[in-house]
Design a protein around this ligand. Sequence first.
Ligand code: LRH
Length: 479
Amino acid sequence: MTRRATVAAVDLGAASGRVMVAGVSPDGVALAEAHRFGNGPVRLLDTLHWDALRLYAEVLAGLRAAVAEHPDLASVGIDSWAVDYGLLDRDGALLGNPVHYRDGRTDGVMDAVVAKLGAEWLYATTGLQLLPFNTLFQLAAAADTPAVAAAERMLLIPDLLSYWLTGVAGTEVTNASTTQLLDVRTREWSAELVARAGLPARLLGELRRPGDPAGVVRDMGLPVTAVGSHDTASAVVAVPAESERFAYISCGTWSLVGVELPEPVLSAASREANFTNEAGVDGTVRYLRNVMGLWVLQESMRAWGALDVAKLLAGAAREPALGTLVDVDDPAFLPPGDMPGRIAAACVASGQPVPVSPAAFTRCIVDSLALAHRRAVRQASALSGRDVDAVHIVGGGARNALLCQLTADACGLPVVAGPVEATALGNALVQARALGVVHGGLADLRALLRRTQELRFYKPEAGAEAAWQAAEARVHPSR
Ligand code: LRH
């Protein structure tokens, strides 16, 4: 007899959040949206924050809508972007609005902390890429604030929402791995690192694994199940790969580009290439690098005012290929602000003509992003020794046909695009497995997705390699 369950997946991204309802059975997954809402930074005086209480209210509204329509809802799981957190005092009260990872409070902090701890030791201990907003550096930036002095507990964003829903505090391990406070080998907090960084160990609580029970939503009686609460961890669960020889690009605000491995890669070359070993579901390693992603386009569109993205991409497709190129991973593109202005400055600095229209800027961004995908896919494969014969693009970027085709051309590999809602699907599947509705490892969950999700296939254009190689040499002449 086929068993089925209906579960809710709360997925919070930097630009939008959603509460999805998934009907899961051994035959496949059917996903429907219960509630969608915008998200974004709120600047208060000089600091960029998240509006955590509004996020909570939206999640609650979504869950109420989901329960009203599906009274048999069996569980909910929550995932979000990584690294950001709220601090709770000894009564469990939130000490200030969580700060946005693109806030400037960490400027210069990473260099100081790395100088103190040693880059080699830090990589050997945590296996993480150096990003200025890793929780380690955010906490170091805030170390002398009254909030940290009063804090008893740090909860990452999905854990904070889970706490408010249930009254039960816990820290899910895939997201904890992005803090740069976890030991890459034991997957427990690194007491030595916390001590050497001068941070209060009391902030770091007990860890949960995906699939663990995580309390019950008060007033609703709805069980919460821990999932890969780092959105990228849930997205990688839902990469519909057939073999192990795949690279993935979880493509949204960021492009998270890498491979899935059984063990971390901690070599000097890996550290120098700034590759990360984040914790995946079922003990896997998400060996990847952050590429700046569609953020560069989203932030440009904000500067241009409301423009239709489909029209913009159609215009970009008519622009000449590989005309103007920038290094999208330049830290100059990280903060919010005038993105077209920063792209123009990069063009001038590299002696290239400045794009003359939004369509031309968009072509520059998409070409440059595809080029960065190529670099990261090739490096992930070379550094890990994992052969790659297909690139899977999951997340919102899977809708962007121009980016998918250019990524196939740039990588010289077939691209499989979809599912768009990979994160919610990965979240839901881990819950369904914990409920006993589906069984097996990640390969079994992926086979289930292949049966029910719509995928698009892009073949690399024959003979494109020389042009992409030349493009790479233009953007990174020394490598
Ligand atoms: C993507 C993501 C990414 C992190 C960033 C902060 O949403 O979780 O994996 O590096 O946000």
